[in-house]
Design a protein around this ligand. Sequence first.
Ligand code: PAZ
Length: 324
Amino acid sequence: MDSRNGSVSETPLDAEIESFFDSAPPLKDSAGIIKKLKEFIEYNSTPPGKGSPRRVVCVTSGGTTVPLEQRCVRYIDNFSSGHRGATSTEYFIKAGYAVIFLYRRGTFQPYCQSLPEDPLLECFECSEDSTIQVRQPHTEAVKRAVSDHHAAIAGGHLLKLPFTTIFEYLQILQSIAMSMKDLGSLAVFYLAAAVSDFYVPWKSMAEHKIQSASGPLDMRLVQVPKMLSALKKEWAPMAFCISFKLETDSKILLEKAEMALKKYRMHMVVANELSTRKEEVTVVTGNEKILVCRDKTQADSDVEEPLIELIVGRHSAYVKDSDL
Ligand code: PAZ
């Protein structure tokens, strides 16, 4: 019995995964998160009017942290600005998907890409009669961000769930996956978040701030269990799954992506190199390696547009095949 989700797993999670969840600090407002997920999925499964069920994609975005102390002062971080996840979310919604956006607090948000770095202070000004106004160069960008974002939320197409630590990320991901299980092949996982490979188990973590007076720090990090296996095997076995592989050494990138595809039985692995990730990615499937590039003739084009187009096409074929 998985008490967090109130559901019974048919096959037990393997011991490592079970021990990760059992020893993780309890997720704040877990019941509230599960309620939001249930309502969002129900709404999109039976949209108002005569609409057919909407496909639902879980987009993960940003990097997870690994706390070094329970009352956390220091932590290890994983690089990801959240640009990939936020931009992809916009294209999925445009393509008619409902998106569960699982994002790292403080990273890029959908529809906010054209705003300056500090939107509140840079986009607004206080006039003499104390009313707040949008400053001229930003008017159009603010209008677009606010109206598109509100339309996505109000239309029930976007549910945003934040995380910071590896514990929160994996607990919420598990709840999302289990909530999406009944969607079968209409469910998609687009796992662009940069997830820590190592962590300090909660029970062996110092409670208070680690002191420097005792000399060099000796700390043992253990491997984060490979949750992709559980996602594919148990949490949402019919879902269409896309994971990402980031490397800085181009020589090993495709080989690592192929290994991940086979090991975790993903439908696609998107391989990208840190320095060129905004220009091109290679989509690795069982029998292809497809190079996807940004349209360089357009200054404001992005690689996510052709990438999501490719994924939507492949997912449609998968849904059709599953219906036969
Ligand atoms: O978030 P961002 O746009 O700065 O970068 C995206 C990315 C490189 C984190 C993503 O495309 C990715 O590869 N994520 C998986 C990273 C990993 O191998 O753990």
